[in-house]
Structure formats: C-alpha cells, structure tokens
Design a protein around this ligand. Structure first.
Ligand code: ADP
Ligand code: SF4
Length: 695
C-alpha cells in the first residue's frame, strides 16, 4: 500500500496492512478477496477481468477468481463461471491474473471439480462422484453420478495436475481447491454424507481425506516451488462433515496446505443475508482453528468495519479478512482504510442481489455499487466519474435511492445539483423499509449517499419541496431527473390477477405503504396476499405477528417469497414464517375480497374456496409515481424557453423494481448527462463469440 498515505491511516489499523506469507508467496496485506461468482464468467471474460482489476486498484492483498471448472467431465451449467478445460482457456485466465497482480496483489485461482454438484448438461459427460447418488443442484436435475473407481480417481488426480500447470502458465500465485458450500469433490469425498465408500477412500476421516491429501501433495510437486496450494473448506456441514471433524481434519493435516480458507457451511450460510445473519457470524465455527495449524487461516463474515477486522486478527481468529460481498459493494475498502477514509466506505447491505445475478445467469449487480460488472462493459469506475459535460445544472426530484445516487454521482462529475424532496428526510423507500423487521442494513443505501452529499459543496438539498411541473419550468435547471418513486397497488393486480379484483369496501384492505406509514390492521385474523414474491410479503407477515396479529400468508407460488431463492434467503424466510406460527397457503390466489373474508383460487385448477378474515394486506405490485413526469412531458414545448435540455424519469418512477435497479438508474442518469443520445443503440460493450471457420 502506498507509503505516502500511511500517515493518514489510523495506527490501530496497521495490523491489517502487515504482509503475510502463504507458502512460497507473500500477500502484501491481510485483505483477501475470496472467490466469488459474478454471473459473467466465461461468457463475459473482459467484464470479469476489469472487475478484478478494480479490486487490485482498491488495495486487496489477495484477489481470487470465481470457481474455475478444471475439467469438462464436471461442469455446472446453467451457472456461468470460469473454465480451465484445456489450453484454450489460458489466455482469458492469464489476462485476469495480470489484472489482479497489476497493483501488487497475489492472483488466486479457485479450481473446482464439481462432482455431485455438476449435472454436465452442456458436456453430456457422465457425472462422477465418490458414490452413485443423485446430483445435488438447485435445479434437482434428474441425473446421478457414477461412483468413481480407481481409474476414475487416477484420472481426476491427473486432471488436477494438468490444471495446476495451466494455472501456473496463466500466471497465478495461489491455488485453492474448492471444497466448500457442498460444491466441490474435495468436500464430497471428505463428507460421510456424500462418501459412503468402503475402500481406502471411504470410512474413517483419514480415508475420506486421502484424495484431499493426494491432490495437495501432487499440487506441491507440480507447481509448489512458486505457487501456494490452499483449500477452501466449509466449517460445518449439517449431518456430514461437521465442525468437530473439520477441526480433526485440520489438526491431522495442519501444515499440508499452504492456506486454510474456511467458509461457513452451505452457500446460503456463507453468504448469509443481513436479514438473518450478523457481521462476523462465522466466529463460533472458526474460533480456535488457528491454534491447530501454522498456516494462515482465512474466514469471511460480511466484514465492513475495520474495527471488527482488527479484532479478528488481534484475537487470533483469522490471519486474513476474507470478503466477497464487502469487496463488491466497495472494491476500495483496503485503500479507504489505508487513507484514513473510513467514512467513505460503501458498506454492503447484505441483500444478496449480487448473488441473484449468478442464480439467474444474467450478470451480477450490486445495490450499493452500481458500477459492479460495468467496469468494462460501460467503463464505469466505482470511485471516478467521467468528466463533466457542457451543462452546469441538474435538478433531481425525489431523494430515494435513485435520486440520491443521481445527485451524488452528478455532483461528483462537477455539476451544480439541487435535490428536492417532498418529505423531510432522505432515503425514500429505504428510509421506510429499513424500519421493518430485519431490514435495518437497508439504511446504508441512504447513509452512504447522505454522507457523501453532505461533504460536497455543489449539492443543495431542499426538503418539503413537492415540486410541480410549473416549479420545474420556473427553476429552469438544464437537466432534470424525476425520481419520485412508486406506490403499492390496492386493487389486487399483480402476476396472477392481471385485472383488478372485486373488493368489498366493508373489508379493511391495507398495502405495504399503509403498514410502513404505521397504519396497521387492528389485530384479528389477517390474510396477507403475496403476489410480489420477494421479501416484502414475509417481512410484513413478521411485522404483523410482532404486533400480535394472526396471519395467513397466501401466495399463488409454491413457496413463500419464491424469488428470494435467487438471493439465498427463501429457506430462511419460509422457516421464519413457520416458526412465527404464520399459516402458509401456497398455490392459491386471492381472487376476490368480500366483507367477511377472501375468495381463494387454486393456482393450478382455478377451484375456489372461501377463507374468513378480519383484514387483508395486499402485497402485489407497485405503480410508478409519474404524474410529475407526465405533466412536464405534456409541456415539453416550454422546456427550451425555460432552459431545460433534458428531463428523465429514473428508478421506481420509471419502472418499479428492487433498490439495486434504482441506484443503477440514478448512476446511469449522472453518467449519461450531456452524452450523445443512444437512440436505441446498445449502451455497453459486449464480447461476441468468435465464429470458428467451417471445416
Ligand atoms: P426510488 O426507489 O426510485 O429512488 P423512492 O420511492 O425510494 O424511489 O423515493 C421517491 C422519493 O421521491 C420519496 O422520498 C418521495 O417523497 C419523493 N417525491 C415524490 N414525489 C415528489 C415530488 N413531486 N417532488 C419532490 N419529491 C417527491
Ligand atoms: Fe452487498 Fe447487496 Fe451489493 Fe451483494 S448486492 S454486495 S449483498 S450490497
């Protein structure tokens, strides 16, 4: 880390900047970006390269790839990660290593043989695992593994050796074998759940660890002179390789790998959302492990607080502060700590929207960092904006996530910005939502931006300013962003009911806006109808139970909060509902609201039944608050005379969506100010597959 900044660093954080040796290589500090997916992988190699390069610039000591499939006999289609199947994959991976090392970080590659977790839908090879068993994937693909025989195991070892050598040729410093989250063959062999073999690779822990030992020893022989060989393991697998046995394993092989990178349990555990999992939650599982080995220990815990990081190191819990999501939300955490700019850290909110990009095989986005995965595609940098254009003034209307980000980013470019808010506080929807059960961390979306804007002299914030079209024309700012948000519908329309349903006015009906404004049903039996499928339904059910109501959650989906599968929250949400005593009715839609109850329609057959209740909460969908936009649009002939060059609606006022969409829209508005109109052209660079000549 740059010495000239060291003076600005609070000395109590010095320990985070100590170099740490990992086998034959040395990390310049203790900031360790653990492997993380990004939804780009082999499809968007340059996008991933530049994303990792930004982390290098941000000061991380170790930077890892996502999981890299090391052989075509084990791949995880439809997920898009990286591949090192043969020499053809080396150039893309080499570019990534070069980017990672560009500022002195170590370049790490996570090699994965997915075993029980790879269905091979693309390669059509027969999956292989320790035993014959159904494939364990999110999609429950109806295929099984072949139990590896000795020849298969010899092949597997050879393929690993080939991959080690290719990783070395690609310029990596450090290898981790993926044996965590249930996703890697190392774990599958170690676990008594997925390894019920009776030969020397099964049975006792020593036998189950045989493959692990062989792979590491052979790695050291192959490339260990210059590369470190570590392992990424789960600290706890319920009913399988539980924490006590993980400790035995580490004690038995304490100095065999050069590094122990320890994840929590399943991916859902390890990437625990803030709604359910606190910062540093891994500590009970990882504490004391350092005493079992002389090799460095890495752990994660959604660490964003440097004090929490220091505490982990000082108390001997961890050697390296592992981070995936915190490094996504703010790739510059190390540099900001080093430069004494703690207040500038853009803290991860633990929403797992980033994970949803991988789960949907789209490309990851981040609620807090709108530039994530746009570093190459759009040339966006998380800490730098493009130069200011020819105009001078910008009016942003509405101080929710879209408006706050638009104001912050436009001001960073150097525009004079006025932020007008109808209410008396910043934050819009996150101000309200962060008060709901478990969502306090959502407030960080506002807090980061409020702090940044507060430091700038070119942003004026105006409260109690519900602007009309006439106001906007009178002010005459050159560019106007309308970020006036959205309102939840109260007519039952969403995905199941595409037209309004019959609602008897004798039945009290509430929307999320009512509940967030403190207007709650007066107890009794409440039907909460969730045709939104993300977090709001479950969160409001929890709120109502806290207030003493008896809640029946009705959803036309087969699961509560079904979309939250993509954020790894669904299982926890449904468990929470069950534990709270919420009655869950799935595959049923509310098709009418009567004076004494609701009519339910089966989502499959349409068959109807009645359900009595005292009040109904409709969590359906939102409509944009776009009246101001339409008023202004109707008067666009007056814009030029008023000095207005452009008016754009952004965020929920344009099209309601999760918070991440709003921060992205705000950022994009600021980036594109004074730019050439796109006129429908693609707004980002993409990599197109090179067509092989027909032979
Ligand atoms: P988004 O998610 O798109 O940022 P939000 O609903 O969070 O949207 O925020 C919208 C904000 O806009 C709210 O704080 C609301 O008070 C404010 N607002 C709505 N209409 C006006 C208006 N005409 N003038 C100023 N502020 C407005
Ligand atoms: Fe954190 Fe959410 Fe960003 Fe993921 S999307 S890094 S969980 S703020």
């Amino acid at each position: 880390m740059a010495k000239d900044n060291a003076s600005k660093r609070d000395p109590r954080y010095d320990i985070l900047f100590e170099p740490v040796r990992i086998g034959p290589v040395t990390a310049k500090n203790r900031f360790f970006q653990v492997p993380h997916c990004n939804g780009g992988g082999y499809r968007d190699p340059s996008a991933v390269v530049e994303m990792r390069r930004v982390k290098a610039e941000g000061g991380w000591g170790v930077i890892f790839t996502e999981q890299v499939e090391l052989h075509p006999s084990s791949e995880i289609t439809p997920f898009i990660e990286l591949r090192l199947w043969d020499d053809k994959d080396i150039p893309a991976l080499a570019r990534m290593a070069e980017a990672m090392k560009s500022q002195g970080a170590l370049a790490g590659i996570e090699l994965a043989y997915s075993g029980v977790n790879g269905s091979n839908l693309y390669t059509r090879e027969v999956p292989r695992g320790p035993m014959s068993a159904p494939i364990l994937t999110f999609y429950k693909d109806p295929v099984s593994t072949r139990a590896m025989d000795k020849t298969d195991i010899r092949d597997l070892r050879r393929w690993h050796r080939d991959a080690y050598k290719r990783a070395k040729r690609a310029g990596y410093d450090l290898i981790e074998l993926y044996g965590a989250h249930g996703f890697g063959v190392v774990q599958h062999f170690l676990s008594p759940l997925t390894n019920q073999r009776s030969d020397e690779y099964g049975g006792s822990l020593e036998n189950r660890a045989r493959l692990f030992r062989e792979l590491i020893e052979e790695g050291k022989d192959a490339v260990g002179d210059t590369m470190a060989i570590g392992v990424r393991l789960s600290l706890h697998e319920m009913g399988g390789l539980e924490n006590a046995e993980v400790r035995d394993l580490i004690e038995m092989h304490s100095d065999l790998p050069d590094l122990w990178d320890l994840g929590h349990g399943t991916w859902e555990d390890c990437s625990g959302p803030s709604r359910f999992v606190e910062e540093g939650a891994q500590e009970p599982l990882v504490g004391g492990i350092k005493a079992l080995t002389d090799k460095p220990v890495v752990g994660v815990g959604r660490f964003t607080s440097p004090d929490a990081m220091v505490s982990q190191v000082r108390r001997g819990v961890l050697d390296f502060i592992g981070a995936a999501r915190p490094s996504i939300a703010d790739p510059f955490i190390p540099r900001k700590i080093d430069e004494g700019r703690i207040e500038d850290i853009r803290e991860c909110i633990g929403c797992n929207i980033c994970v949803s990009g991988d789960m949907t095989q789209s490309i990851s986005r981040c609620t807090q960092n709108p530039t994530f995965m746009e570093e190459w595609r759009k040339g966006w940098h998380p800490e730098r904006m493009n130069a200011k254009g020819e105009s001078a003034t910008v009016l942003v209307i509405g101080a929710g996530p879209a408006g706050l980000e638009a104001a912050r980013a436009a001001a960073m470019r150097g525009y004079e910005v006025a932020l007008a808010e109808a209410g008396t506080e910043l934050g819009g929807r996150v101000r309200l939502e962060s008060r709901l059960p478990g969502l306090a961390a959502w407030g960080r979306v506002r807090d980061y931006r409020a702090h940044q804007i507060g430091q700038m002299t070119n942003v004026g914030v105006y409260f109690d300013s519900a602007l009309s079209a006439q106001d906007v024309l009178d002010f005459g700012f050159e560019h106007v962003a309308i970020a006036t948000g959205s309102t939840w519908r109260r007519d039952g329309v969403a995905r199941h009911n595409l037209a309004p349903i019959a609602i008897d006015t004798a039945m009290p009906v509430f929307t999320p806006d009512d509940l967030m404004a403190g207007n709650l049903p007066k107890g009794g039996e409440i039907v909460l109808y969730d045709d939104d499928h993300y977090y709001m339904g479950g969160v409001l059910a929890e709120l109502l139970v806290q207030k003493g109501a008896k809640v029946t959650l009705v959803t036309p989906a087969n699961l509560v909060s079904e979309w939250a599968l993509n954020t790894l929250e669904q299982i926890r949400i449904q468990s929470r509902m069950i534990e709270l005593g919420v009655t869950i009715v799935t595959a049923q839609a509310v098709s009418a609201v009567g004076a004494k109850g609701v009519t339910l329609s089966c989502a499959f057959t349409g068959r109807k039944r009645e359900l009595a209740c005292d009040a109904v909460v409709l969590v359906t969908t939102r409509l944009p608050e776009d009246a101001l936009w339409h008023d202004l649009k109707a008067r666009d002939g007056e814009w030029a005379a008023a000095g207005i060059k452009s008016v754009r609606r952004i965020g929920d006022a344009d099209a309601p969506a999760p918070i991440a969409w709003a921060t992205y829209a705000g950022h994009r508005f600021a980036r594109e100010l004074d730019g050439e109109p796109l006129n429908g052209a693609l707004s980002f660079r993409r990599e197109v597959t090179e067509i092989t000549a027909v032979e």
